[in-house]
Design a protein around this ligand. Structure first.
Ligand SMILES: [Zn+2]
Length: 243
């Protein structure tokens, strides 16, 4: 482990709730303000905010079905996420069809440079965003969407991702951890290694060419240009594509 990685691991470990529940190195954690199970029960009993339409028809596509070489690391389906408990029942990733097709084009363009896309999250039901907001101390609210406005993830038009090396399948090192609530996560952060910054910028350029814009505080989060045309959704993964 590099010195930088060790420091990050110690930071992550110090942020966990108990010594018995130490985060995996490479995973950023907060201490949820209230138990996640409690927040989940409350959020699932609520309905998302209603916005005036019209909206485009919902057409969520599972990314793996468009290109099997897109890789998944859906941390919210495991305990290896900032809350330390699973919030998704399944490790799956969906986007609205135009965003999904644009993502596949970015993935294929990156192959010429020796990289592929590794997806952490796509469409996210609204109740999950509500849990993230309620669990996060106000000091971290720049990193979670306000559920009163809905997240672009809720519209199926935002994706969290990084690069993996085609040569060995390993995720690359970036200037910060995924979901790290620090200034290192800003896409313009000038610290970290030159190689990490180069790869962060390569990802951003590939995504931008396909109509995605990076979040100002998170190098891993991209919004698809047409996100305003889709409604805030609260459909569970296992109901997608069904009537
Ligand atoms: Zn995101």
């Amino acid at each position: 482990m590099s010195e930088a990685a060790l420091v990050l691991a110690l930071v992550a470990a110090s942020l966990t709730q108990t010594a018995a529940d130490v985060a995996r190195p490479g995973v950023f954690r907060i201490t949820p303000l209230r138990p996640v199970a409690e927040l989940r029960a409350e959020a699932q009993a609520l309905a998302p905010p209603v916005e005036p339409g019209p909206f485009r028809p919902v057409d969520l596509v599972e990314l793996k079905t468009l290109d099997a070489s897109i890789r998944l690391d859906v941390r919210y389906a495991t305990s290896d996420n900032f809350l330390g408990v699973p919030v998704y029942p399944e490790a799956r990733a969906f986007l609205q069809r135009p965003a999904a097709e644009a993502l596949v084009r970015a993935h294929r363009a990156l192959a010429a440079r020796g990289f592929g896309l590794l997806i952490h999250d796509g469409y996210r039901p609204w109740w999950v965003s509500k849990v993230f907001w309620d669990a996060t101390p106000p000091s971290g609210h720049d990193f979670v969407a306000d559920p009163a406005k809905g997240s672009r993830h809720n519209r199926g038009c935002a994706v969290d991702l990084t690069l993996y090396r085609l040569a060995d399948g390993e995720a690359v090192e970036m200037p910060s951890l995924y979901d790290e609530m620090s200034e290192r996560s800003a896409p313009g952060y000038a610290g970290g290694s030159a190689e990490a910054r180069r790869l962060r910028d390569l990802l951003r350029a590939a995504m931008k060419r396909q109509g995605f814009s990076v979040n100002p505080t998170e190098w891993w989060h991209f919004d698809y240009a047409g996100w305003r045309e889709y409604p805030i959704l609260n459909i569970p993964f296992d109901r997608i594509g069904r009537r």
